[in-house]
Design a protein around this ligand. Structure first.
Ligand SMILES: [Fe+2]
Length: 310
């Protein structure tokens, strides 16, 4: 498995390269730089007059959790955020009519000893497919400020297609949505299920650091983890995901060697060209029928409704 930089291939080949377990970094997309500027401005505004990378020196963990808990949903659902994400995907060469995307998620990692739960949760070794992501999911990860080896994430590439013991059998996507709803206003507590590898000893810890303005693409089946932040600086990154409709229909995707979760996150994805989701008949055919009372998606509307009810 390799790390390719600015791979010059067709969209179909690009996706297959990722499904095969390789990593791809794209450094020449103007839309990524635009997205970085936009996010930096938002963070500068949120923490002013302080430098966002040193914000943790000025705000207590509880206050930080409150600030981020209010900013993150606004950023995630802003029309401008979504438009910029779509620009990145199409500039990378993926066809709008065929590509579905999920909203961008800002991630924050503060130095050890500061806020490390809830909105700044550090993920253990995991694959996104243990969280009910489809085999076609491609993750797009981009740093907002320079990422460092002591505050970002690492991959265990040799384990891409090797089963590892994990707790994904306890994860159900719909149940997790319902649990998120009841805890939507508890910004300092994290009560969601978090499947992870059990006693994982990485075969190889690969740290890949794209510069701000570049984006790292990897399959949702990659085994990866957050690196505890000992850099003294806060790390800000944004990630989002895509799924290709023709690959989904044809069953082309990454190997699922050890995903035991139930439910599917496929309803979170919407088509870039017309905003449509996958139709329910197709979803049921590919992933099975959900239980009658299942909470199929966790949306901003549901979170707001929950906040008002409490
Ligand atoms: Fe992940």
């Amino acid at each position: 498995m390799s790390v390719f930089v600015d791979l010059d291939v067709s969209a179909d080949e690009l996706r297959q390269t990722l499904y095969d377990g390789n990593l791809v970094i794209l450094t020449r997309l103007t839309a990524v730089s635009e997205f970085v500027d936009y996010t930096r401005n938002q963070l500068a505004e949120l923490f002013k007059p302080h430098d966002p990378e040193h914000a943790h020196e000025h705000f207590e963990p509880a206050e930080m959790a409150k600030m981020l808990g209010s900013w993150k949903p606004r950023f995630i659902h802003a029309e401008r955020s979504k438009r910029l994400v779509c620009n990145i995907i199409t500039e990378a060469g993926l066809p709008a009519e065929q590509t579905h995307f999920d909203v961008p998620k800002p991630r924050t990692s503060f130095p050890t000893g500061h806020l490390t739960t809830g909105v700044a949760f550090a993920f253990p070794w995991h694959r996104d497919v243990w969280y009910s992501a489809p085999a076609q999911q491609i993750n797009w990860w981009l740093p907002i400020f320079a990422a460092r080896a002591d505050n970002s994430m690492s991959f265990d590439l040799p384990c891409f297609n090797q089963a590892v013991p994990n707790s994904s059998d306890a994860f159900d996507y719909y149940r997790n949505n319902a649990q998120r709803l009841t805890t939507a206003t508890q910004i300092t507590k994290e009560q969601q299920a978090r499947p992870g590898a059990i006693d994982h000893k990485p075969v190889d810890e690969q740290v890949v650091l794209p510069a701000p303005g570049a984006v790292l693409l990897f399959s949702g089946a990659q085994l990866h983890t957050s690196i505890p932040n000992t850099s003294g600086r806060a790390r800000y990154s944004v990630d989002f995901r895509t799924v290709d409709a023709s690959d989904l229909m044809a069953g082309r995707g990454a190997p699922l060697v050890d995903a035991y979760c139930t439910g599917t996150a496929i309803r979170d994805f919407h088509n870039i060209a017309d905003g449509s989701g996958f139709d329910e008949e197709t979803i049921t055919r590919l992933f099975g029928a959900p239980p009658p009372d299942a909470m199929l998606v966790f949306s901003a509307t549901e979170a707001e409704r929950s906040a008002k009810a409490i």
